[in-house]
Design a protein around this ligand. Sequence first.
Ligand SMILES: Cc1ncc(C[n+]2csc(CCOP(=O)(O)OP(=O)(O)O)c2C)c(N)n1
Length: 623
Amino acid sequence: MAGVADGLVQSLEDIAARLRIESIRSTTAAGSGHPTSAASAADLVAATFFAAMRLDPEHPRSPAGDRFVLSKGHAAPLIYAVWAELGVVKREELGLLRRLESDLEGHPTPRLPFIDVATGSLGQGLSVGVGLALGARKLGSDARVFVLLGDGETAEGSVWEAAQMAGHEHLANLVALVDVNRLGQSGPTMLEHDLRAYQRRFAAFGWRAVTIDGHDLRQIVPAVRRARLDRGAPTAIIARTIKGQGIEGIADQEGWHGKPLPPDAAGRAIAALEVRLHHMPPPPVRKPARRSLPRLPAQPTPPVPAYAEVATREAYGDALVRLGAADPRVLVLDGDVKNSTYTERFRDAHPDRFIEAYIAEQNMVGTAAGLAAQGFVPFAASFACFLTRAADQLRMAAISRCNIKLCGSHAGVSIGEDGPSQMGLEDLALFRSLPESVVLYPADGVAAEACVQLAGVHRGLVYIRTTRMKTPPLYAADEAFAVGGLKVLRASASDALTIVAAGITLHEALAAHDELVGHGLPVRVIDCYSVKPIATEALLEAARATGHRMLVVEDHYAEGGLGEAVRAAVAENDVRVRHLAVREIPHSGPPRTLLERYGIGRGAIVTAARALADAEVGAGTRA
Ligand SMILES: Cc1ncc(C[n+]2csc(CCOP(=O)(O)OP(=O)(O)O)c2C)c(N)n1
C-alpha cells in the first residue's frame, strides 16, 4: 500500500480537529445537537472532502462535481463545519446553528446550496446517493457520490433496498462510508463493533466492502481514494470509530447522544483539541476536470391524440412517452408494475431513461429525489396504495422541495376484484398533506395527458392519481387544463346543487346528472381534477349559483381526500356539503357493483342529490 505523506496526514488531522471543535462549539452555543455523532465521523469527512472528492465549492450542485450525502443528518454541525473549511459557510455563522435566522438548521435541508436532499429521518440517504450516482452516470459525468451512514441507521430496511439497487446497477461511482461507532441513540447498536458483519452484508449485495480504522487517516485516505469508477461495483467503507472521539471522558460513553457539552466541558474539550493541532495549511480543494456538462436539448412536444375510451393509467403511459420525447430530463421509475401503470410504454420508447426500481418503493422515491438533484425530472409510479409505504421518503422529498412526480394507479374500490389490499384509498390524504404538493386526478385520456404535461413543467412534488378501468372521453384534445383549475361539465340556470367529483366518480356523477335531469332536478357537475391546489373561487361561485348546496363524491376513504378539500375550500360560506366516500373496509367484487355497494356510484349520487336538494341551507349547515 502506497503510504500517505506525513504532511497530508497532519493537514487532514488538523481539519478533523477543527471539525470537532466547531461541532462542539456550535452545539454548545445552540444548547442542543449531536457533537458526539459529529466527532466519530470527523476523520472520515476530512479525508473524503480534502483527499478524495473533486468539487467546485462555488457550484456544489454541478453534475460534474462529486456529491456528499449526510445520511446521518443529525451530524449536521460536522457538515456545516466542513463547508466552512471550504469557505462556503462563514465561520461566524456556525455560531448560529439551529437559530431561526440561519439556514444551518438542526438537520440539513436544501435551503443550503450544498445540501441536495434533506436528511434527518434515518435510513434514506443511501437511496438519495443511488439517485445521484445513477444521474451522474446518465449525464456521462465521472463524478462520485459519497454517503455517510450511521451504524445504527443501517437497521432501516430502506438502507438495504438501496444497497441492493446499487449492487444491481453496478454503481461504481457510489461510496458508502459507514461510521461504526457502536452506539445509537439510547444504547448500543445491534452489531456494535462487528465490522465483519457489516462487510458481509454489503458484500452480499454486490458491493466491494472494506474495513478500516475510521480514525487512522493513513487507512482512510487510501480507502476513499481507491473507491474508483472502474471497479464495476459500489464501495462500502466500513469504518471502526468511537462515538465522541477526541472528547475526553465522553468518547465511547453511553448517555451522550444528542447532548451538547456544558460550556465548561466544551471549553476543556476544545482546548485539548487545539493543543494537538499541527497548524498545517489545508490541502488544496480538488476541482472537477470539467466545470459543467452539456445541457440536454429540449424538443417540440408531439401532438396529443384524440382519446377514445381509455383508462387514465394507460393514457398516463402514453403521455409520458410524449413528454419524454420533448424533455430529455424526464426519467421514469416503476416498482415492478410497469405493465399495470403503463410505464412500460415509456420503457419501450426511451429505454435508456427507464429505471426499473423493483418492489422497493422507499428506495424508488429516495432514488427519484437524488435524480432530481442531478437536474432530472423523475416520474415514479406504482399502485397508489403501495406509494404509502414510502410516506416518510415523500415527506422528506417535500421538505426538500424535490422536483419529483409520483403516479398512483389503481385508485379506489373501482379496481374491483383484487380487493382492499390493492385499493388506493388513503393516497389523496397522504399527498394532500405534504407541504407545497400538487395533487391531480384526471378523469379521461386528454386530462391524463394534460396532468402529465402540467407535472412536467411544475417545479415541485406532483402526484397524479390514475384509474384502473376504462373511462369514456370527456374532452377534446386541445382542452386546456391548469394546476388549480376545474371544469364545469354540466350547468344550467336552475341547478339545484353542485356535484363535485374527480376521476372515476366524475363519470358516475355525469350518469347521475342525466337521471336527475330526467326527473326534473337539474344539477351542476364539476370535474375537480386539481385536488390541490383546489379552485376555491370557482367552487364558491358554483355553490352560490346552486343554492349553496354541494355534493362531493370520491373513490377514497372519507378522511383526507377530495371531500375534505372541498369542505375546507367552501368553509365559512354557509355551503351545505354532503360527502359520499368509502366509509368501511371494502371487499372484492365487480367494479361497478362496488361503486354502488360503497355508496359512491350513480345510484347513491342520485339519492343523495335528491335529499340534499330538499335540505334546508342556513348558517353553518353541514350534512
Ligand atoms: C427514522 C428515524 N428513527 C429514529 C430517529 C431518531 N434518532 C436520531 S439519531 C439516532 C441514533 C442514530 O444512531 P447511528 O445511526 O448509529 O448514528 P450515530 O449518532 O451513532 O453516529 C436516532 C434513533 C431518526 N432520526 N430517524
